[in-house]
Design a protein around this ligand. Structure first.
Ligand code: FE
Length: 289
């Protein structure tokens, strides 16, 4: 296997989303609009919140892509225009295919909001190919206990396999285009080599600690995204004897289609985006009962 090099380490920008919750966002940003097929990554928090301080994202629409919510700490509650309701607790994953469109709310769960505590998690936006942009909305909600946990032979690397395959374990979530999404933990002095054929765009996002990435051993720390070059068929992550690391490792085959995006609508043409806005304004994406 040929190990890919690192093209760039990109710091996340701290900003506020929804009703005013802190996110760290590596992209989109002035330096990186999207990383095909990925449109956005938000690290929610980490924020240590007092009673009543937690904020969420009240009713808003989506069309043309998927939102993947993965919670590490805290609790969230979602409702949508199709009558779906659910709660997310630490380790749970919600893979929502918005497709033709939903209106939903993503709020702190009531008892968590009342007591306060740590909110930390991720939301990844995955673009849909033109042929799938208007599919029926679909949810895949997997509790923490249902996410396969892979372990290296030496026991120094564990990976929660949210999508794709790693260390011999395969995800239970299915994706519409080839994608892997791994939450990896490396003990000090560990190494992970993940196969990723050159047609995948691959990045890492450091959650905690410090590691070195790729054939050129670029160092990255928390709130940094590591973008790999397409010059090999595997990515490597290593830790020194002094530091441990928790990192997301995410890859997908680019769609190579035009991206027309306006807020929560991501289509292929400007006309399709205008149609999405009109459908939303006319109530055709429904509303939360
Ligand atoms: Fe949303």
């Amino acid at each position: 296997m040929k190990i890919r090099s690192v093209e760039k380490v990109i710091p996340a920008i701290a900003t506020y989303e929804g009703a005013g919750f802190l996110v760290h966002r590596p992209f989109p940003s002035p330096s990186l609009d999207h990383f095909d097929p990925f449109l956005l990554l938000d690290e929610m928090g980490p924020s240590d919140l007092g009673p009543g301080e937690a904020k969420g994202a009240p009713d808003h629409p989506h069309r043309g892509f998927e939102t993947v919510t993965y919670l590490l700490n805290g609790a969230m509650e979602h409702k949508d225009s199709q009558g779906n309701r659910g709660k997310l607790r630490p380790g749970d994953v919600q893979w929502m295919t918005a497709g033709s469109g939903v209106v939903h709310s993503e709020m702190p769960e009531a008892s968590f909001a009342a007591s306060g505590g740590r909110m930390h998690g991720f939301q990844l936006w995955v673009n849909l190919p033109a042929r799938d942009k208007m599919v029926r909305p679909r949810y895949q909600e997997i509790p923490a206990s249902g996410i396969p946990m892979a372990k290296s032979e030496d026991g120094r690397v564990t990976a929660r396999v949210i999508a794709g395959e790693a260390l011999g374990r395969r995800a239970v979530i299915d994706t519409r285009t080839p994608i892997f999404y791994l939450d990896c933990e490396l003990a000090p002095g560990a190494e992970l080599v993940q196969p990723a054929s050159p047609d995948y765009n691959v990045f890492a996002y450091v959650v905690e600690g410090e590691g070195s990435f790729g054939s050129n051993r670029s160092t990255a720390r928390r709130h940094e995204m590591v973008r790999f070059a397409a010059d090999g068929d595997a990515v490597r992550v290593e830790t020194s004897p002094r530091s441990s690391l928790r990192t997301l490792l995410i890859g997908g085959v680019p769609l190579n289609e035009p991206v027309a995006r306006y807020g929560p609508f991501v289509m292929n043409t400007r006309a399709e985006v205008i149609a999405a806005v009109e459908d939303y304004q006319a109530g055709r994406l429904g509303e939360i009962a």
